[in-house]
Design a protein around this ligand. Structure first.
Ligand code: TYM
Length: 354
């Protein structure tokens, strides 16, 4: 192989409601990339175990994410849609990476610090090692591109560090077995086994903020449901949440320099720009100088127009869980075949097989 085939991989956790942040920051990009790349999209149910969901919540959550993928327009025939637990090779490679990644690297992960809170001694080992499993999700397919929101940036840097260290540590055997691709590390060219994955984090929607606090990320786990728009919210819910969204008394600025110190205004304009697939500048050209009493109803109308068809299709799909399970099972078989190819090589490279 002289270079890595372009391949997109991404995942979403089946925990809680999917939000507008997940949709605009990730899923909508997944849909767009289907036209130009081979794509693998995963419901990461093993990751969800880190927050100890009830078994039924995990089962329902897995189906809901799969339904959201399909309802948003992901094609499970041309591409691959599956759940992580169906492909044991993710866990196997994660163990290899547990032995590659250093404690110091994981200690720096801000998401772990946020999620573990003050009582770190009591956090699960799974939550700490989570980024290693994430690296395995991506690299078990030797994926080259990963569309995500801004909050996953640090995890993707770690994925690159793990790939680099693996490539360096096993460079001689990779060359001897002729399994690598020439790549530069420092001023040396080696045969590396894993690609150095590129994150795809761009556009106005990489970080959608809470509707109640423009300095906090919109999140599935925020205790206040008013802080987020869920993909399954009704038109009335969406309108109510936007009406109640925190703002300030000033009209919208004429250009983006006027967002200084106005995170809530910036967030609502970002959302409008992302939903209408234009830029913040274009939105401000239309609404600059207007009051929120004008802008909010326009935003609510746009959000309902874009999200209601997805919510309707999700409900239709969720009414037939057998169909969703069958789609995931087929995707799991296809993903397993690809992952096993990588693991045959990895077992040889590290010496677990000859
Ligand atoms: P998760 O399930 O928390 O979120 C799924 C995707 O949604 C993006 N996202 C947002 N984007 C913009 N604004 C927001 N407010 C917002 N909230 C969430 C996330 O960045 C993510 O892209 N660790 C991952 C799942 C994962 C994964 C992977 C992703 C596991 N393995 C391999 C990529 C590749 C996570 O917890 O995402």
């Amino acid at each position: 192989m002289s270079s890595f085939e372009p391949l997109v991989f991404s995942g979403v956790q089946p925990t809680g409601n999917l939000t507008l942040g997940n949709y605009l920051g990730a899923i909508r990009k997944f849909v767009a990339l289907q036209d130009t790349h081979n794509c693998i999209y995963c419901v990461v149910d093993l990751h969800a175990l880190t927050i100890n969901p009830s078994p039924q919540d995990l089962i329902d959550g897995r189906r809901a994410i799969a339904a959201a993928f399909l309802a948003s327009g992901i094609d499970p025939v041309k591409h691959i849609v599956f759940n992580q637990a169906a492909v044991f090779q993710h866990s196997e490679l994660a163990w290899v990476f547990n032995c590659i990644a250093r404690m110091g690297w994981l200690n720096r992960m801000t998401q772990f610090k946020e999620k573990a809170g003050k009582d770190r001694e009591n956090a699960s080992v799974g939550l700490f090692a989570y980024p290693n499993l994430m690296a395995a999700d991506i690299l078990v397919y030797r994926a080259t591109h990963v569309p995500v929101g801004d909050d996953q940036k640090q995890h993707l840097e770690l994925t690159r560090d793990i790939a680099q260290k693996f490539n360096w540590d096993y460079r001689e055997r990779t060359k001897a077995l002729d399994l690598g691709v020439p790549m530069e590390i420092g001023d040396e060219t080696i045969d590396g086994y894993f690609p150095i994955t590129e994150p795809l984090i761009e556009g106005p929607a990489t970080r959608i903020m809470s509707l109640r606090d423009g300095t906090k990320k919109m999140s599935k786990s925020d205790p206040s449901d008013l802080s987020r728009i869920n993909l399954t919210d009704t038109a009335d819910d969406i309108a109510k949440k936007i009406r109640k969204a925190k703002t300030d008394p000033e009209p919208l600025p004429g250009d983006t320099s006027g967002f200084q110190g106005r995170p809530e205004a910036e967030n609502l304009v970002n959302i409008y720009a992302a939903l209408s697939e234009t830029s913040n500048d274009a939105v401000l050209q239309e609404f600059g100088g207007q009051q929120f009493s004008v802008f909010k109803p326009a935003l609510a109308e746009l959000a309902v127009e874009k999200l209601a068809p997805i919510a309707d299709e999700m409900r239709r799909l969720m009414a037939d869980p057998g169909h969703i399970d069958a789609v995931l099972a087929t995707g799991g078989e296809r993903a397993s075949a690809l992952a096993e190819k990588t693991m045959v090589d990895v077992r040889r490279l590290v010496g677990l097989t000859v």
